[in-house]
Write a protein of this length. Structure first.
Length: 294
């Protein structure tokens, strides 16, 4: 009996450190202002157990899932739940989109429908911007003429020569010719495309198109009228205008827009009436006649 009691007591004594070690550690750590979890984490580290596994085990008793723990922890770091899932499955070779697809199955939405909805929104925007309307083409034309017009407006009596002016006007004709080709390509397109706004969201009025075309004409004719005041001999400029076929080029542009936009001339005339005198002086009567102002 004494022998049995002795061994029982010895066994009990051996178990005491394991039975009370955690409470003692926690109590001791509390006095040192160390969180109980930190003690567990330190202990777990020695045993090769990660801090997250400790949290998961502890939360399991409280009915909290491992994913909820990850989401809560990541929230403080500004990481979304989806990013956590995407990162978690990356090692398994699962694409982030597949996670989204799996998540919405519970909502009765097919994965393909998600993509279709996203593409539909993007496709609508691309469709609106895919084909330029008159407004966009004329805005681009005005921008593309900028450098050449600036050069014309900065000519002086010393450099306003055939050698200087000719390449500049050839550039003007080339740029306008490109825009005219773009306008002609709109023939047969729906009116919603022809008259679509620059951002492609609404349909512009005839007055808007007339205003943009008037800006282009005023830009070019105004610059040439200035050159006429500095060139030594007006005939030099007039000969260049004929040689580069500027008159035909401008008429081609105007006719291209007229063919697309009904009622254009009526809206355009008041905006270009002031150009009549310059058109005559520059020998561009044919342009004035087309605009019905000469």
């Amino acid at each position: 009996m004494r022998s049995t009691s002795f061994f029982s007591l010895a066994a009990a004594a051996a178990l005491l450190p394991f039975a009370f070690a955690a409470p003692l550690d926690v109590a001791a750590a509390a006095g040192a202002e160390v969180d109980a979890r930190a003690v567990d984490v330190a202990a777990g580290a020695a045993a090769g157990v990660s801090a997250r596994d400790i949290d998961v085990a502890a939360a399991a008793a409280a009915g909290v899932s491992a994913r909820d723990i990850d989401v809560a922890a990541a929230a403080a770091a500004g990481v979304s739940a989806r990013d956590i899932e995407a990162g978690a499955v990356a090692g398994a070779g699962v694409h982030a989109r597949q996670i989204d697809a799996g998540a919405v199955v519970g909502a009765g939405v097919h994965a393909r429908q998600i993509d279709a909805g996203a593409v539909a929104g993007a496709g609508a925007a691309i469709g609106r911007r895919g084909t330029k309307g008159c407004a966009q083409i004329l805005v681009d034309l005005k921008v593309n003429l900028g450098d050449a017009v600036c050069e014309l407006n900065h000519l002086t009596k010393q450099n306003a020569t055939t050698e200087t002016i000719t390449p500049i006007l050839k550039t003007v004709v080339s740029v306008i010719g490109t825009a005219t080709g773009d306008l002609k390509a709109l023939v047969g397109q729906p009116l919603s495309t022809i008259l679509c706004s620059v951002d492609g969201t609404v349909q512009v009025t005839v007055d808007v198109v007339a205003g943009l075309l008037a800006d282009v004409l005023c830009l070019v004719i105004g610059a040439l009228a200035f050159v006429l005041t500095v060139v030594a001999d007006a005939k030099v400029l007039l000969d260049i205008i004929v040689s580069v076929a500027l008159g035909d080029c401008l008429c081609g542009l105007i006719n291209a827009v007229i063919a697309l936009v009904s009622g254009l001339v009526l809206a355009l005339v008041p905006l270009v009436l002031s150009l009549a005198g310059s058109l005559v002086s520059l020998g561009l009567n044919v342009v004035g006649q087309l605009l019905t102002i000469c």
